[in-house]
Design a protein around this ligand. Structure first.
Ligand code: NIG
Ligand code: FE
Length: 420
């Protein structure tokens, strides 16, 4: 059978293959083919090799993409986003520059609650429209799949509306979305004096409703909790995560973002798929993650966006044997960044990852961190044909350069959605 699409003559074809998420020394095994080619049939990859090896798959109807002098690699998987929200918080940004802290602004009723008010006030159409603009920018920067969290509704109706927005968004962008329920993102103002009532609402009302959604509402695959001083304690977080696990959801934790919250240890205890942020994760926390096989999702854009210096120690996590993935954390409070290439650049400078490790973290490992590592994140026969063509001579240039968009083509499910 002939290929529908052949991308050929790549200076470097990065395959990022592995039997599972890559950890330790395997995290830097990129597997690069020079003068590489990928043949696509329908939505899937049919063959990977050198251009010479794949030339026989060219037929009369094969679309050719010449990637001479360019890097071809799996599409980015953004393992952690809050892409669906309404409004913006640039005045808080200015206040943070003048010295207020994120947690101070949050305690004063701003922060997450400010976006909750805007999201509650937005219509479904408006929420979808505002989020679609960001999704389009993500795709333009090479992201083909993204996790997306709720957590700006904080009541049952608006949490459901966010999941409805995810479903609608999924049908009007090539970006594949993986929804996560984050009802425990903050205690909303109306429950401030009765935290337990809110945790009960999440556990007894929201979780059972969101896992059995009506048509047109996306069903979450994961449940996440913001485990941090000023958000949810370890005990409260554990209650939500254990309830979610009983309902069959995979688990994620916002852990150790602003201080050592005990979030990494909690993620290990409850058997979470990933612990995210980890800027203040202790060596003890790292070895607990490694022993329990919990992945780390690092979000250096958030540390950058907050203007902080304390980046997660990705080097130590890799040495401890934790499989490291990357995400943007795209959100209006700490990190309005749609660009995985920028995140890769930050991860290499501040998390201590090498370019090869960061690329695995942004593709194969990120796919595993959203539960789709068998189908996405790697260029291998049988996998979904999600890939990007970068106007760069070698993969190291992806990390080495920053601040401009290196993407010239994006292919999602075998269709060219950016470029030609
Ligand atoms: O990952 N930490 C909690 N959630 C986001 C921030 C959300 C917001 O400020 O709106 C984060 O940094
Ligand atoms: Fe987040």
């Amino acid at each position: 059978v002939k290929a529908d699409l052949l991308i050929h003559s790549a200076a470097e074809l990065v395959t990022a293959t592995g039997p599972g998420p890559c950890c330790g020394p395997a995290q830097s095994e990129l597997r690069v083919i020079r003068d590489g080619a990928v043949a696509v049939v329908g939505e899937n990859i049919a063959a990977v090799g050198t251009s010479a090896q794949l030339w026989s798959l060219v037929g009369a109807n094969t679309k050719l993409v010449d990637a001479k002098g360019q890097v071809v690699m799996p599409g980015f998987v953004d393992a952690h986003t809050h892409l669906v929200f309404a409004g913006s918080r640039e005045t808080e940004f200015e206040r943070r520059i003048r010295g207020d802290s994120y947690l101070q602004l949050m305690a004063a009723g701003g922060g997450i609650m400010s976006t909750v008010r805007a999201t509650r006030a937005a219509s479904l159409d408006d929420l979808v429209m505002q989020s679609k603009r960001r999704a389009d920018v993500m795709v333009a920067h090479g992201t083909t799949t993204a996790e997306v969290k709720t957590g700006y509704g904080l009541d049952t109706a608006v949490e459901l509306r966010m999941l409805q927005a995810v479903a609608r968004l999924g049908s009007c962008t090539p970006l594949e979305l993986v929804p996560t329920f984050l009802g425990a993102h903050a205690v909303p103002t109306e429950h401030a004096s009765a935290r337990d009532t809110y945790v009960s609402l999440v556990v007894d009302e929201m979780l059972p409703v969101v896992i059995a959604p009506a048509t047109g509402v996306a069903a979450p695959r994961f449940c996440d909790v913001f485990c941090e001083e000023g958000a949810f304690s370890v005990a409260e977080s554990r209650r939500v995560l254990e309830a979610a696990r009983r309902l069959g959801l995979g688990l994620k934790v916002h852990a150790d973002e602003f201080g050592p919250s005990g979030g990494a240890e909690l993620a290990a205890d409850v058997g979470a798929l990933s612990a995210d942020h980890l800027a203040y994760c202790t060596p003890g926390g790292m070895s607990r993650l490694a022993k329990a096989g919990v992945m780390a999702v690092l979000l250096p854009g958030t540390t950058f966006g907050l203007g902080q210096q304390h980046y997660a120690d990705g080097r130590a996590l890799i040495s401890a044997g934790v499989a490291v993935a990357l995400g943007t954390d795209l959100n209006p409070g700490t990190c309005w960044c749609e660009s995985m290439p920028f995140i890769v650049a930050l991860a290499c400078r501040y998390n201590g990852l090498t370019p090869a490790e960061a690329i695995v973290a942004a593709t194969l490992n990120a796919a595993h961190a959203v539960g789709l590592g068998e189908r996405l994140g790697s260029l291998e026969p049988g996998r979904q044909a999600d890939l990007v063509v970068l106007n760069l001579p070698t993969h190291q240039h992806l990390a080495y350069r920053f601040g401009t968009n290196p993407v010239c083509s994006v292919i999602k499910r075998g269709i060219v959605v950016v470029g030609s």
